[in-house]
Design a protein around this ligand. Structure first.
Ligand code: ADP
Ligand code: MG
Length: 704
């Protein structure tokens, strides 16, 4: 049990890290509440709230020197302003500078006061990303400020960190609070939790210096190196984060292995009937993995097994077989998916397969409310055999009669603590349920050992026969109009397409905005066809309505953010365009592409990229064109990421690290494992403190 000591402000010098943020000057209850939404409750949480990236506002770029796809700061004078209302309100502001070029600033969200301030002749300092537009280079929703007529524009002295934030908490304010917290950093020796002899052996920078560097890079810091996460200060933090992850998983695994689980042998009768009724035969790989799972289930220790298998390899039926083993033994099964879209798909599959066998399948998601919810809850408490749902399955008030097996699909969307929460639901005396985790993200072995140190791994390394591979091409964004024309033609043939917007932004709001821009563009270009829009800011009901319309064929094109990445299955969609594909890692590209190629018809994937392509991006796109094999792609991914992958795992959503990137930092893992073993044995108190520091609330939950 980890207790949390709330100390009075006067005790700050005793252990400043544990001080509540409310004790910092200028942090009132409202700000403290905003910070709490980001999980920032104590001063040390602010120390370890690390920048997502950096912005270079130390210089001004001439408009003539702007390059599409790059972020830059420009200074210019407003030359013309236009307000358009063709599809939706928009404000277009053309600015020019001494390089005698014009840049278009485009706003979709603006108020009247803002529009009235942007008169011709106004001088502006803007920061944003340049992209190709219909009238040359443009910036959509740049940050800007007006400059006094005469005064010279002042530029920043150092790179500015960009922090993950939440609505209602502006970047300046957040950075300010973090600054106040940093002022309380104790001396280096007091902050260090890794034993000093190990820091020395592995040449680790002092933690104090590392934190100060990443939060406040000095004026001479190298943007390129920082963006790659390869600066020694960042590597020091990544080391500690990986170590903490490792320690925490090892501890959880040890704790769970102490427990007892129901032995799910069963008669095999339901499983035989399911297999006999399937329209296909299991592949050899499905059979082998099914047996591995079956051997775990009969043990009196909880199974903790990860089944990885490429998109479409048929993990669901393996899960269904495991579920039936539990049902045959008189136990309940919970199947949890990260999104309602995916959970509903499982519900349909499971009902289709299991109901004919007389097995009850209940549905429990966030959108099940009122009477239906009461009824579902009652059935779960009375012992309904299988319950399918989202994280709603873990909420208060959901009680199982005899939970024997928990199946979690698309693991990387769930945090470790969510996995644990469901495990806790099954506590029946001291029996805990078995756990089966399914993921389509192939994980190379070394990484699996670290990222999933609490799980055993099985692989379905074979696809069912008869799939047509997706044809993939890479096309420059300069030929965007042509691509849209091709979509138009495909729509006329009755095909459906996904258009995926992949901007990696710090907030869901900005991602949604980018998708709205693309939606407006495509709606205008695809006369006669309906274009839908789906992103993370829509309510679950709205998302479902859009997906339903797309499935029903009412929408020809679906513009989406990467929310559609996992599991979505619309067999008629046979065309996918991925914007800014050069910025995505291979694993994510492969996941996205897996949304097409599910039906009988041949499918196509267009990887739109913003030239010029770097060497790595070029190789990645080449791999995507060459193969559809997830395992080959995963291996190649690791190989390519080695020399420098800008997009970390944080952004690809595989695991929520703040700074570490399993692929980029794989070279740290042997040392991490070494130090980890030593600390678990010799430094239990520091181990607990490290987990508190990096994992915080999640760790509190885990030990509660
Ligand atoms: P994933 O591993 O991506 O979750 P699914 O379990 O959704 O894959 O399976 C994809 C499709 O392949 C489903 O329509 C499923 O019924 C089908 N399928 C699964 N196993 C086989 C098999 N052995 N032979 C033919 N089709 C299969
Ligand atoms: Mg699946």
């Amino acid at each position: 049990m980890v207790t949390r000591t709330v100390r009075p402000a006067s005790a700050v010098d005793a252990d400043p890290g544990l001080t509540p943020v409310g004790a910092l000057p200028g942090v009132g209850p409202a700000l403290a509440a905003s910070l709490a939404r980001l999980g920032l409750e104590r001063v040390q949480d602010l120390w370890f709230h690390l920048p997502l990236r950096y912005e270079d506002k130390t210089r001004i770029t001439a408009i003539a020197d702007l390059r599409a796809g790059e972020r830059a700061q420009v200074e210019g004078v407003v030359e013309a302003v236009e307000r358009g209302f063709r599809y939706r309100p928009q404000l277009k502001v053309a600015i020019g500078d001494a390089s005698r070029q014009t840049l278009l600033l485009r706003f979709f969200h603006f108020n009247r006061a803002q529009a009235e301030q942007l008169l011709p002749g106004t001088r502006l300092l803007c920061y944003g990303e340049a992209r190709h537009g219909a009238q040359g280079l443009e910036m959509v929703h740049p940050n800007y400020r007006r400059l006094d007529e005469a005064a010279a524009a002042t530029v920043d002295e150092a790179l500015s960190p960009v922090y993950p934030t939440t609505e209602g908490l502006g970047p300046k304010r957040l950075a300010g609070v973090i600054g106040k917290a940093l002022a309380l950093l104790p001396p280096a020796a007091q902050l260090e939790l890794i034993p000093p002899e190990w820091c020395a052996r592995h040449g680790l920078t002092s933690l104090r210096d590392a934190l100060l560097y990443v939060h406040r890079p000095p004026p001479d810091a190298h943007l390129g190196q920082l963006m790659l996460g390869r600066h020694p200060a960042q590597q020091r933090l990544a080391f500690e984060e990986l170590l903490t992850q490792h320690l925490s998983l090892k501890r959880m695994r040890a704790a769970v292995r102490q427990r007892r689980a129901p032995q799910l042998g069963g008669t095999g009768e339901l499983r035989q009937r399911l297999l006999a009724g399937l329209a296909f035969r299991l592949t050899a790989a499905q059979q082998r993995v099914g047996e591995e799972v079956g051997r775990d289930l009969v043990q009196p220790r909880p199974m903790l097994r990860l089944v990885q298998g490429d998109v479409g390899s048929g993990k669901t039926v393996v899960a269904a077989l495991a579920a039936l083993a539990a049902v045959e033994s008189g136990c309940q099964v919970a199947l949890m998916a990260p999104t309602e879209l995916l959970a509903e798909q499982h519900l349909r599959n499971f009902r289709h397969w299991l109901q004919p066998l007389g097995v009850e399948v209940e549905w429990l998601a966030g959108k099940v409310t009122g009477k239906a919810r009461q009824r579902a809850l009652a059935r779960v408490a009375e012992g309904a055999s299988v319950v399918v749902g989202t994280h709603a399955l873990m909420q208060e008030g959901v009680a199982f009669a005899r939970l024997g097996l928990v199946i979690v699909d698309e693991q990387h969307r769930f945090g470790v603590q969510q996995r644990l929460a469901l495990r806790d639901k099954g506590r029946d005396g001291d029996l805990v349920p078995h756990q089966l985790v399914l993921t389509a993200t192939p994980i190379p072995r070394t990484l699996a050992m670290s990222a999933y140190a609490d799980l055993d791994v099985s692989s379905i390394d074979e696809l069912p026969p008869g799939r047509t591979p997706v044809q993939t091409v890479a096309i420059s964004n300069a030929r965007r109009i042509e691509v849209i024309e091709r979509i138009h033609a495909a729509c006329r043939e009755g095909r459906q397409a996904y258009w995926v917007c992949t901007l990696i932004e710090e907030s869901e709001q900005l991602r949604a905005q980018a998708a709205e821009v693309a939606h407006a563009e495509l709606s205008a270009a695809l006369a006669g066809f309906r274009v839908g829009l789906i992103h993370g800011r829509l309510k679950p009901k709205e998302k479902q309505a859009v997906m339903d319309a797309f499935k029903a064929g009412e929408l020809a094109v679906l513009v989406a953010t990467t929310v559609i990445e996992v599991g979505v299955d619309v067999p008629n969609a046979s065309l996918m365009v991925i914007e800014n594909s050069e910025r995505l890692g291979l694993a994510q590209l492969h996941q996205l592409r897996g949304r097409v190629g599910r039906g009988e018809v041949a499918s196509n994937c267009v990887l739109l990229y913003q030239p010029p392509l770097g060497q790595l991006a070029r190789e990645r796109l080449q791999v995507m064109r060459d193969t559809n094999d997830g395992f080959r792609i995963a291996e190649k991914d690791l190989e390519l990421r080695g020399p420098g992958e800008v997009l970390g795992t944080r952004q690809t959503g595989q695991l929520s690290f703040r700074i570490a990137d399993l692929a980029r930092d794989a070279h740290l893992l042997p040392a991490v494992q070494q130090v980890g073993e030593y600390m678990l044995a010799e430094y239990p108190r520091q181990t607990t403190q490290l987990i508190e520091r990096w994992i915080g609330g999640a760790a509190r939950y885990a030990h509660a």
